[in-house]
Design a protein around this ligand. Structure first.
Ligand code: GUN
Length: 293
C-alpha cells in the first residue's frame, strides 16, 4: 500500500507557483490577486479561508479578505460581487460556502463573472469542463486529478466508482474521469444515497472516489484488493484528543481499508491540501489570462 501524500504534492506545487510568480514580478508583470468573501462565522469556513489567505502568501499573491456578518442581505452581497467583477486589480475571487439560508447560493454563483470564477462553480466553467474546453476546473476535482497524475496511477479503462453527486465534487470529478485524457479514460459509475446494492458496485471498482460526507462510510468489506482509494470526506467530528475539540474525519474507514489498497489518500493530508493548491493554480491562470483573454 502506498500513501498518497497530498500535503507534500501541494507544497511542491505551491513552490512551483511561487517561482513562476517571482519571475512574473521580475519581468514587471502583475501580481496575481485573489479576493475571498466570507459571510458569518462558520468555524469550518473561517479555517478554510485562513488557509487560502496563507496559501496566497506562500505563492506570492496579493489577497483580500472581505468579511460580512450573516445578516447581510442577498442584494448587498450581490452588490459586493459586482464590485469585484468590475475591479481590474482583482484577477479572481470566491464566495466561501455555505451561505446563510436567506441567500441563494446559486444566484451568488451565477453573479460571479466567469472570467474571475476561480472556484469553477459558474455554469459556464462547469459546462466547458464537461465538454473538455479550457475552463476553471473546480478545485477539489482538479486536485484529485493532479494527485492521480503525479503518482502516475493508471486510469485508462479502469472502473472508477464515485460515491456522491454534489455539484462541487461528485459530478465534476465523474466528468473528468471519463474524459479522453490522462488521467481519465475510465469507465465511471456514480453512486449516491438512492443507489441500490452499493457494495456490489464498489467491489467492482479499481478506483473509488468517496465524496459523500459521511465519516468512515466506506468499509473494508466494500473494497476489492488492490483498489485505489481517494477520500474526499472532511467531516469535523468532536474529539477529546485534539486542542481544537474536533478531528477531521474522512469518508473511508482508513485503518481497515488501507491494508487492502494499492494507493490511498489520508485525511487530513490527502485531498484537502490539494484543493487549496488548485485554487492557487486557478488564480495564477486568471492572473496570466491563460484560460480567457
Ligand atoms: N466550501 C467548501 N468548499 C468550498 C470551496 O471549494 N469553495 C467555496 N467557495 N466554498 C467552499
Amino acid at each position: 500500500m502506498q500513501l498518497i501524500d497530498g500535503k507534500a504534492v501541494a507544497d511542491q506545487i505551491k513552490q512551483e507557483i511561487a517561482a513562476e510568480v517571482a519571475e512574473i514580478k521580475k519581468n514587471g508583470g502583475k501580481t496575481p490577486h485573489l479576493a475571498v468573501i466570507i459571510v458569518g462565522h462558520d468555524g469550518g469556513s473561517e479555517t478554510y479561508v485562513a488557509s487560502k489567505v496563507k496559501a496566497c502568501e506562500q505563492c506570492g499573491f496579493k489577497s483580500t479578505r472581505l468579511s460580512f456578518e450573516s445578516d447581510i442581505t442577498e442584494e448587498q452581497l450581490l452588490e459586493q460581487i459586482k464590485m469585484l467583477n468590475e475591479d481590474p486589480d482583482v484577477d479572481g475571487f470566491i464566495v466561501q460556502l455555505p451561505l446563510p439560508k436567506h441567500i441563494s447560493e446559486q444566484k451568488v454563483i451565477e453573479a460571479i463573472d466567469y472570467h474571475k470564477d476561480v472556484d469553477g462553480f459558474h455554469p459556464i466553467n462547469v459546462g466547458r469542463t464537461s465538454i473538455g474546453l479550457p475552463a476553471f476546473v473546480s478545485a477539489t476535482p482538479a486536485g484529485i486529478m493532479e494527485l492521480l497524475k503525479r503518482y502516475n496511477i493508471e486510469t485508462s479503462g479502469k472502473h472508477c466508482v464515485v460515491i456522491g453527486r454534489s455539484n462541487i465534487v461528485g459530478k465534476p470529478v465523474a466528468s473528468l474521469m471519463m474524459q479522453k485524457a490522462f488521467p481519465g479514460d475510465a469507465t465511471v459509475t456514480v453512486c449516491h444515497s438512492r443507489t441500490k446494492n452499493l457494495k456490489e458496485i464498489t467491489l467492482q471498482a479499481d478506483i473509488i472516489i468517496a465524496a459523500l460526507g459521511s465519516p468512515k462510510f466506506l468499509t473494508a468489506d466494500m473494497v476489492k484488493d488492490g483498489a485505489v482509494i481517494i477520500d474526499v470526506g472532511t467531516t469535523r467530528v468532536p474529539s477529546t484528543q485534539t486542542k481544537s475539540g474536533f478531528k477531521l474525519t474522512g469518508d473511508v474507514d482508513f485503518e481497515n481499508v488501507a491494508p487492502k489498497c494499492s494507493f490511498i489518500t489520508p485525511v487530513p493530508g490527502g485531498v484537502g491540501p490539494m484543493t487549496i493548491c488548485s485554487l492557487m493554480k486557478n488564480t495564477l491562470l486568471a492572473g496570466k489570462k491563460a484560460i480567457y483573454k
